[in-house]
Write a protein that binds this ligand. Structure first.
Ligand SMILES: [Zn+2]
Length: 309
């Protein structure tokens, strides 16, 4: 396999042609076909849902029994290739990853989850079909100062530059796993605006809400929901002062509209560590914390993953 700069992958080398042939057979004959027959190891055990709803995160568990430590386990979902850390004990290796689909971006239908393990230089691969179902999210109407809904021309370049930085941070794919469930609520306040709400700003439809808004008076300490490495901090036009944390396997958490940032890029932060203070910087009608969770490039609803709902 070769990994391309956009995170997608393609097969390479004549020695791997059997893999492509069996993938073709899987496409022709249906779901979840184990194609490990070419090498003498036990098949991959995969636990994943058969049906998921748009916006909801889901967990995939992978078990490789009776094998030496594989060099890699790669998961391909929605065109993105993610390396997953495997933890091996007593000759068995296990890995898990959280994946999801993004409201407003993913369409209902059937998607293929692919898993490829490298065991002693040989590839074991497997795939599962997952039905992605629609989910209804309520509509939210907001009134904001017109200049925040339709930004003035002189900030368009800044917005484009910041969008690039944010996309790069959200598409940080590292194999090392820092994350563990449940996530910690970053502030104690209630959720004032849930994930997925279709937003009508000053009567103009905009992208659905990609995260969760928590009530938080200005100056409330904002805590990391999950351990990880700070990959971006900045003061952005829309998001205000914000922090992005990479927790591995494609999990990025984001914290927006802060009044103060207490960490810097490269810092390893523990779950519950204070990242800064809440505020209303950027496009905000009042003080609150916007918390987002990105899994493999998809902004998902983080609420099912908190230790209390
Ligand atoms: Zn928000």
């Amino acid at each position: 396999m070769e990994r391309r700069s956009d995170g997608r992958e393609r097969s390479a080398g004549k020695g791997r042609q059997w893999l492509s042939l069996v993938f073709l057979a899987c496409c022709l004959f249906g779901t979840g076909v184990n194609i490990s027959a070419a090498i003498a190891v036990a098949p991959i055990g995969v636990e994943c849902p058969e049906i998921v709803h748009i916006g909801e995160p889901f967990r995939v568990r992978v078990r490789l029994p009776g094998v030496p430590a594989p060099e890699t386990l790669r998961v391909v979902w929605l065109g993105i290739s993610l390396d997953v850390e495997l933890r091996c004990r007593g000759g068995d290796c296990e890995g898990e990853i959280l994946l999801g689909t993004e409201v407003g971006k993913t369409k209902p239908g059937t998607q293929t989850l692919r898993l490829i393990a490298d065991v002693g230089g040989e590839k074991i691969a497997m795939q599962r079909k997952i039905a992605v179902r629609a989910k209804h999210y309520p509509e939210t109407r907001l009134s904001l100062p017109e200049k925040m809904v339709t930004p003035p021309k002189d900030v368009l370049e800044r917005i484009a530059r910041e969008r690039e930085q944010v996309l790069k941070a959200r598409n940080t794919f590292t194999a090392r796993r820092y994350w563990a469930l449940p996530l910690q609520r970053p502030v104690p306040g209630v959720v004032t605006s849930p994930y997925g709400g279709r937003r009508i700003l000053n009567d103009k439809p905009r992208a659905p809400h990609g995260g969760v808004d928590f009530r938080a008076a200005s100056g409330t300490p904002v805590k990391a929901a999950v351990e990880g490495v700070v990959v971006l901090t900045g003061e952005h036009y829309y998001a205000g002062k914000s922090v992005y944390i990479d927790s591995g396997n494609g999990m990025i958490s984001l914290y927006m509209h802060l009044s103060e940032i207490a960490v810097k890029e490269g810092d390893l932060v523990r779950r519950g560590q204070v990242l800064g203070k809440s505020g209303m910087t950027g496009r905000a009608t009042g003080p609150h914390l916007h918390f987002g969770l990105c899994l493999g490039g998809q902004l998902v609803d983080p609420q099912p993953l908190f230790d209390e709902r």
